[in-house]
Design a protein around this ligand. Structure first.
Ligand code: ATP
Length: 318
């Protein structure tokens, strides 16, 4: 069992132990184990059909595993643990004819929320999402994006400790996507643990501290984004110089094995290059060789994007 870094006396907010689930001959989950630290933002990644929804349904007590367990704060996932979680599934489920505020209160009370507190929290979220003028409208009269907001508020109104959002950005324009991102950061600041399942790699990369990647029902990795990037980084560099470089002379210097022009980094003037170090060379050797030719405006070790890492793992490169 992994130790919880925040508080070693408390169990992890979520612990998945050896979960298995078959549908006929299809192994949707094949011995999946990992834990989620209290207060973290974790991205659950995996190609279509990897087993993410199956895992989330088991965590939420909607589906029963064949073996293994999902523990919420040390207790097996069940009806009793359900109020501690706010789960927004990918397939949305609102009652079309209900009014917005009745809908939100209904879901909050289903999770055992106190009416007075639910009303306060609902009002706060309606305001945040600019939905106050629509609170008495029926759900079916709202735009798709606004229905999505109602779905999110319904998920959060009972102030769960663990929030699980499946593809929360789908259906949102960039303004509402930004609003949701702000909301997630606010929840995080208040100590809520958040699990995001999404195919939107830039959003995951931007918001999450950790990722878990599932493929064909198997957990391929669960680690911090920093550690995963460190593990996948090669000896690539990005550098920008004030004047163009003489590439043959640089290759002759023996510090670099490859160097070629690349598109400039956003907002940065100068001449950008992608390069790879020669074996055994240090960053200082490269800087020395380049500085012989031009002023260096920017230099960094290139890290792979989450998309590169996702593709690398799922193609079986590790
Ligand atoms: P996506 O990203 O497309 O939503 P996912 O990672 O959520 O995919 P799951 O929905 O968990 O994947 O499905 C995992 C596997 O289990 C798939 O092969 C799917 O067809 C199968 N599966 C899921 N639910 C059922 C079910 N109720 N009956 C039969 N097979 C199922």
């Amino acid at each position: 069992m992994e130790l919880n870094n925040n508080d070693e006396t408390k169990p992890a907010i979520l612990e998945i132990r050896n979960l298995k689930k078959n549908f006929g001959t299809k192994q949707a989950l094949d011995d999946v184990s990992f834990s989620v630290e209290r207060g973290s933002i974790m991205g659950l990644l995996g190609p279509n059909g990897a087993g993410k929804t199956t895992l989330l349904r088991i965590i939420n007590g909607i589906m029963v595993s064949d073996s293994g367990e999902a523990l919420i704060d040390g207790m097996p996932a069940s009806f009793e643990t359900s109020p501690r979680i706010g789960y927004m599934p990918e397939e949305r489920g609102l009652y079309d004819k209900m009014r917005v505020e009745d809908q939100i209160m209904y879901f909050g009370q289903l999770k055992g929320g106190d009416k007075k507190r639910l009303t306060e929290v609902m009002n706060e979220y309606l305001e945040l999402f600019n939905l106050t003028p629509d609170r008495r409208r029926r759900v079916k009269e709202l735009s798709k994006g606004n229905q999505q907001k109602v779905q999110i508020i319904s998920t959060l109104v009972h102030e769960p400790e663990l929030v699980i959002l499946d593809e929360p950005f789908s259906g949102f324009d960039p303004i509402n996507g930004q609003l949701l991102q702000t909301l997630i950061e606010r929840l995080h600041d208040r100590g809520t643990t958040i699990m995001l399942s999404s195919h939107n790699m830039p959003a995951i990369e931007d918001m999450c501290s950790d990722i878990a990647l599932i493929n064909n029902g198997k957990l391929l990795v669960k680690d911090s984004i920093e550690n995963v990037k460190e593990a996948w980084k090669d000896d690539s560099l990005i550098l920008t110089t004030k004047t163009p470089l003489q590439i043959p002379a640089l290759l002759d210097s023996g510090a670099l094995k490859e160097i070629s022009p690349t598109k400039p980094l956003k907002g940065r003037k100068g001449y950008a290059y992608k390069a790879r170090k020669e074996e055994g060379k240090k960053n200082m050797d490269i800087l020395d060789a380049v500085a012989m030719q031009s002023d260096i405006l920017h230099f960094e070790e290139a890290l792979p994007s989450l998309t590169d890492i996702f593709l690398g793992y799922t193609k079986g490169e590790r």
